[in-house]
Design a protein around this ligand. Structure first.
Ligand SMILES: Cc1cc2nc3c(=O)[nH]c(=O)nc-3n(C[C@H](O)[C@H](O)[C@H](O)COP(=O)(O)O)c2cc1C
Length: 390
């Protein structure tokens, strides 16, 4: 009892001090209906925080969905610290509305990320890079020259800048911009055009600019006809220390998504066992799988071939499709976030584009798509979704 009175007093004191500071943020808070938006008005604001405070001392009642939305630190109880997290978020002091879960609903883990870094003067390598980014959910870094290459600079039938640089292995063209904290990546796909049988010198500048000793680097290139091996030899001879330097791959100009996907499937450390894809029309959505036996069963299913489901709206929060058979269940009470892939009653697959609380099994989460993007990709009414390993 004493504890309850103490926390009520503390909360009142905290809110009295903090509330005036945060009132101004109420109208400017981010539009987001994820964790923290207790009054469902699309804005995470000080009003939400106050409501959580009231709920935490029993002044206000909340429904089950609100309960799920309120427990920001995921400790199983609604407390002043949850309210403070919401307040922090509402004024931009925090970028998360739920510990371990980014505001777009994607799971935050300690896992390192993948980067695709590439130099592409005429766009061919960039097309390949775009596919790799989509397939691996990687970040992008465009290697650009501080002094950009003009058309005349790459006119290889003349004594152009590119030709002169390629004739001198010591040239290091300066790069525009820098990668913020390269140690956040454990895998870097490194893309470039072939210039006179080799990597453009700016790739050497790039490789000598960072510490790759804990990073797996995977080269890829595009060319009219030359292979990648001379450039790989040059890269090895730079003496840069790599976590691992994988054997790379040359792509012909105009290579298809399927060709690139097949290679990524073979070489990508992230494909291994925890990412599958949902193909919806022109869109390919990576799904990071949960660590449970249902998700593993789902992945095993896809190893036998793609799974095509006709999925329909239900409850204005999900698309649901019948499997026609059952997968092992690991049901638990879950409040969904948009992008969740859920196994419902063992024999239905659902993609959530809104919030719902129920007991079911989370199979995974679609990466990197906001609720608005998901709604637009899924459309209204029936949609055909092809789940696949690639
Ligand atoms: C200066 C220069 C030299 C090139 N040398 C070669 C070459 O030796 N072998 C080859 O197959 N293609 C060569 N190409 C063609 C490019 O490798 C090819 O067009 C590449 O896809 C361009 O990539 P990007 O569009 O990403 O810049 C050269 C192009 C330029 C501009």
């Amino acid at each position: 009892m004493k504890k309850r009175i103490f926390s009520a007093v503390m909360i009142a004191a905290v809110s009295a001090v903090l509330f005036p500071l945060f009132v101004s943020a109420e109208t400017s808070g981010p539009t987001n209906d994820m964790y923290g938006d207790i009054d469902y008005d699309g804005i995470i604001s000080s009003a939400d925080a106050l409501q959580v405070l009231r709920c935490s001392v029993g002044t206000d009642e909340y429904d089950t969905v609100q309960q799920g939305l309120s427990d920001i630190d995921d400790d199983g109880s609604i407390t002043a610290s949850d309210a403070l997290d919401i307040l922090r978020y509402s004024v931009g002091l925090s970028v998360e509305t739920k510990v371990g879960r980014d505001v777009d609903g994607s799971q935050k883990t300690d896992q390192k990320k993948t980067l695709v870094a590439y130099f592409s003067r005429t766009g061919n390598t960039e097309t390949v890079a775009d596919y790799i980014i989509e397939l691996t959910n990687a970040d992008r870094f465009v290697i650009e020259a501080a002094d950009p290459y003009s058309d005349a600079d790459i006119e290889y039938n003349s004594d152009c800048r590119a030709n002169r640089e390629q004739n001198d292995k010591s040239v290091r063209p300066e790069i525009k911009g820098k990668i913020d904290d390269i140690s956040q990546y454990d895998t870097i796909y490194l893309g470039y055009a072939i210039w006179w049988g080799q990597e453009p010198r700016i790739i050497d500048t790039f490789l000598e600019s960072y510490d790759f000793s804990d990073i797996t680097v995977i080269p890829f290139c595009t060319s009219a006809s030359s292979g990648i091996s001379a450039s790989e030899r040059n890269i090895r001879e730079l003496g840069v220390e790599f976590g691992e330097l994988k054997t790379g791959r040359r792509f012909a100009i105009g290579s298809t998504r399927e060709q690139i996907s097949e290679w990524v499937g073979e070489i990508s450390p992230t494909r291994q066992s925890d990412v599958v894809y949902a193909h919806i029309g022109e869109n390919t959505l990576p799904i990071k799988l949960e660590d449970n036996s249902s998700a593993r069963a789902f992945e095993e299913l896809l190893k036998n071939g793609d799974l095509t489901l006709k999925m329909d709206d239900y409850g204005n929060f999900e698309k649901v499709g019948e499997l026609g058979f059952a997968l092992e269940r690991n049901d638990e009470d879950i409040t969904t976030v948009p992008g969740d892939l859920i196994l419902y009653q063992g024999d239905k697959i659902t993609i959530y584009y809104d919030i719902n609380s129920w007991s079911f099994t989370r199979l995974g989460h679609i990466q990197g798509k906001s609720q608005e993007e998901l709604r637009s990709i899924l459309g209204s009414g029936s949609v055909t979704v092809i789940f696949s390993l690639r």
